[in-house]
Design a protein around this ligand. Sequence first.
Ligand SMILES: Cc1cc2nc3c(=O)[nH]c(=O)nc-3n(C[C@H](O)[C@H](O)[C@H](O)COP(=O)(O)O)c2cc1C
Length: 262
Amino acid sequence: MPSASAGTAPDESARTPDCEPQALPLPQRGHPSPIALSHARTVFLRADPIRTVIAWILDAMRVDFDPAAVGPTAFYRFLTSVVVPRPIAWVSTITPDGAVENLAPHSFFSIASTDPPIVQFTSIGRKDSLRNVEDTGEFVVNFSPEPMLHLIRDTATDFPRTVSEFNTAGIEREPSRCVRPSRVAAAPVVLECRSHTTLRMGNSTLVFGRVFFAAVHEEYLLNGRPDAGRLRPLTKLGGDEWGTLGEILHLNRIPYEEPQPD
Ligand SMILES: Cc1cc2nc3c(=O)[nH]c(=O)nc-3n(C[C@H](O)[C@H](O)[C@H](O)COP(=O)(O)O)c2cc1C
């Protein structure tokens, strides 16, 4: 499996003949793809024919999206419509001279490591947030509650680097404890981060930040823990769609138990 690293091109040798993009006029409905057909034929020879035919019929009901055939923009829309819901990191950064405080939402966001605690956001292209992190090594992840929907949207405009979204959107800030970029005063949770690694991958750069300090407004805690129902996090879906937290389900994990001898 090829591993991605800074500045490497995608490994085209990983593309098998079955994956040639030109082979599939896409999207197409109602016909099994060549890959599905050859796979189904192989399985048919080896396994239960009834199950194989069922799998074949189910395959025929899919619409195929080959990234190379549909192109990067269409596949971006596809990916961001299926990898949903995505939590939104509202990232604050500062220019190296300290003159401009930047704020922008990033929904390509996740936990990368728990010990040490590292979170990660992705800049698609080279945005001001990324440049500021590269130049200063610091950022704050502010969490995005439902009541701040319009304010968050207002900070996603592609202003020049000299313009502060805190100012244009009229967002109150408060000083951070460990880093220079300010926090959003009304954010229920803030993570103060120092850049750990940046990783260029295709058209994007992944920014990994070690969390040096976290703070939660007291009203969002329940029994000492941040409570999802109180946090009311916003999420990003495909296109211009946003999401809110749905029903919260409680379900415990089942521990593995060694079979006991009779
Ligand atoms: C909810 C939401 C999530 C977004 N997520 C991302 C993302 O993950 N990565 C990205 O590069 N842009 C994302 N954007 C677009 C950026 O916020 C937008 O390009 C912004 O202008 C970047 O600001 P900056 O140049 O000050 O960093 C998102 C926009 C919205 C509204």
